[in-house]
Design a protein around this ligand. Structure first.
Ligand SMILES: Cc1cc2nc3c(=O)[nH]c(=O)nc-3n(C[C@H](O)[C@H](O)[C@H](O)COP(=O)(O)OP(=O)(O)OC[C@H]3O[C@@H](n4cnc5c(N)ncnc54)[C@H](O)[C@@H]3O)c2cc1C
Length: 375
């Protein structure tokens, strides 16, 4: 097999690896070999334009949002943005209701007198423009707010959580359950971040532009295990699964996965927005409709049904680390092994066993670049 002498080997061509490759080549002029076991770049954010000109996200709907100006400005060197603001609705008792459940949702599902009463009590108790985690709302002593808490808990949260995680909400870490708030506001947007959008030509094109440097060599369909004995490097950045790197010696870190069923429909639109959640009906959790992101015009549309499942090696992809004390302890064992490795940096969603939004992954990669090349 061909031998490689390079400054940097990067395992994983997702946005963590791509950001590192870009900075190492552009700022330091160093040689980078970036590999991925998949046959495409951009990792989980990979998208493509189908025959009808619809930009489809192969691994489910991806919306860029951040308050981190540094990350926004960095990416904006490589792309213009379509100013998309994400709205999610939940299919609840036959209606599409804004999610997170907010004052508009309350007025949509309850009779006027009750909605007015709940709105007043919520604002009096918590203030306006506040997100109250569902479990906190449940703890209030007021009988009307308790009614609301139980309604939201049951109709929006409980069955969705059971499907998404395959376990009871009580068994989940607060950082997961806390992500399902009641929003005391009329703002129907899913995110309130200052910067939100979709790369005008898609995520894959953005990734291509970031990798466009003669110092960067991209090798696809290549796993670290295939190549590790043939590469001499100064630094290794590993964005693959940390447990796999160490041969699963301490045991496997569990993940939740998803199965996507894509369907092309012979009609201009299927649903009222890019994302409709189905907390209570069906076995899928949500339906994504892709043409909304870039407002692609076509008399066809593409939707995906999203079925949560457990991760199994060789069957599906690692998506969401399962947060629990036991899994954190297991990760810590791998982390202490990782800290003994010289010039090997574990990073990204799989390297750090941590759910990261795109902006967090990119922000962390920018910091790691500085830290690992200092002095
Ligand atoms: C279903 C879903 C929806 C999401 N939606 C959003 C969203 O709307 N907004 C948002 O900000 N974020 C979203 N995210 C998060 C976003 O996908 C991640 O932040 C981003 O992918 C992190 O990039 P990464 O480079 O760390 O990981 P990844 O994109 O997973 O890249 C890691 C790469 O490493 C490769 N690899 C692994 N092992 C090896 C090996 N041994 N050898 C070679 N290559 C290897 C993998 O094939 C993969 O391509 C979503 C995530 C999921 C799962």
């Amino acid at each position: 097999m061909e031998r490689f002498n390079i400054d940097n080997l990067i395992v994983g061509c997702g946005f963590t690896g791509i950001t590192l490759a870009n900075k190492l080549a552009d700022c330091l002029g160093e040689k980078v070999l970036i590999i991925d076991v998949k046959d495409h770049i951009a990792g989980n954010c990979y998208d493509y334009f189908d025959k009808n000109g619809i930009c489809v996200h192969q691994y489910g709907t991806h919306i860029f949002h951040t308050n981190n100006k540094r990350v926004w400005d960095y990416l904006s060197q490589f792309t213009k943005w379509y100013p998309y603001q994400h709205k999610v609705r939940g299919y609840i008792d036959g209606q599409e209701v804004p999610i997170p459940f907010n004052l508009n949702s309350i007025h949509q599902v309850f009779p006027e007198y009750l909605a007015n009463l709940l709105e007043k009590k919520l604002i009096d108790t918590f203030g306006f423009n506040v997100k109250v985690p569902i479990l906190e709302l449940k703890k209030t002593g007021d009988k009307d707010l308790l009614f609301l808490a139980e309604y939201v808990y049951d109709k929006v949260f409980l069955h969705y959580t059971l499907k998404q995680w395959g376990m009871k909400p009580e068994d989940l870490d607060m950082s997961v359950t806390g992500r399902v708030p009641v929003y005391i506001s009329r703002d129907n947007r899913y995110f309130q971040d200052k910067y939100q959008g979709i790369p005008m030509e898609g995520y894959t094109k953005l990734a291509q532009k970031m990798l466009d440097n003669p110092k960067i060599e991209v090798k696809l369909k290549t796993s670290y295990q295939d190549i590790k004995s043939c590469v001499n490097y100064k630094r290794l950045y590993y964005t693959g699964p940390i447990d796999e790197f160490f041969g699963f010696t301490e045991g496997e870190l569990p993940y939740r996965s998803l199965k996507f069923d894509f369907v092309e429909l012979n009609k201009p639109y299927f649903q009222s927005g890019a994302c409709i959640n189905y907390p209570n009906n069906y076995d899928f959790t949500r339906i994504g409709e892709y043409k909304y992101f870039l407002d692609n015009q076509s008399d066809k549309t593409v939707i995906s049904f999203e079925y949560p499942q457990n991760f199994e090696q060789g069957k599906n992809e690692r998506y969401y680390p399962i947060i629990s004390k036991e899994n954190e302890d297991l990760y810590q064992k791998y982390l202490s092994k990782a800290q003994k490795e010289k010039n090997i940096y574990f990073c990204g969603r799989l390297g750090g066993y941590k759910y990261l939004n795109m902006d967090q992954a990119i922000g962390a990669a920018l910091e790691l670049f500085e830290q690992s090349t200092r002095g």
